[in-house]
Design a protein around this ligand. Structure first.
Ligand SMILES: [Zn+2]
Length: 159
């Protein structure tokens, strides 16, 4: 997911931030996942759907949304906060995390299953990511079908 940039404006800090962003490359990670899904035969997603929290991928039929979270911006443990402007970064990333949680909650309340994938997982454990996706997508369809059969036409939510 893309983040707006509002960073401290000293050149040194800014150039470090920019290099972080380049290395995390939002679009690149999304493209990586697309490539993996194609290779793994996973189809039926949509990008750029207008939905709460703007998920990166939406599987409408299965009611599954996927976010690919950049490790730095979303506060993954694999990244350290920059040593300069620590308070700023802690607040900034803390706000992002709080927002992520809130979006998860709102999406789940609307019947979506939310999957968040760390950028580092895509790079280091692509097989695990694909297994997880397949499981989530396979898992969801029978529930839908069952509920439609029962005439409720509503997604049963797992808690
Ligand atoms: Zn990470």
């Amino acid at each position: 997911m893309k983040r707006e940039l509002r960073v401290p404006k000293t050149n040194q800090v800014r150039s470090r931030i920019m290099s972080t962003i380049r290395s995390s490359g939002n679009t690149t990670t999304e493209l990586r996942l697309i490539f993996m899904m194609r290779k793994g035969g996973i189809t039926g997603w949509r990008r750029g759907a207008r939905l709460i929290g703007k998920p990166d991928f939406v599987f409408g039929r299965q009611r599954v949304v996927i976010f690919v979270d950049g490790c730095f911006w979303h506060g993954c443990r694999c990244k350290r906060l920059p040593t300069e402007h620590r308070a700023f970064w802690r607040a900034k990333i803390g706000a992002n995390r709080a927002r992520d949680k809130q979006m998860n909650r709102r999406l789940r309340q609307s019947g979506w299953k939310v999957v968040r994938i760390w950028e580092h997982q895509l790079k280091r454990s692509p097989t695990l990511v694909m297994d997880r996706l397949e499981r989530v997508l396979d898992d969801t369809v029978p529930h839908l079908q069952r509920n439609i059969k029962n005439g409720t036409h509503r997604l049963r939510r797992k808690r």
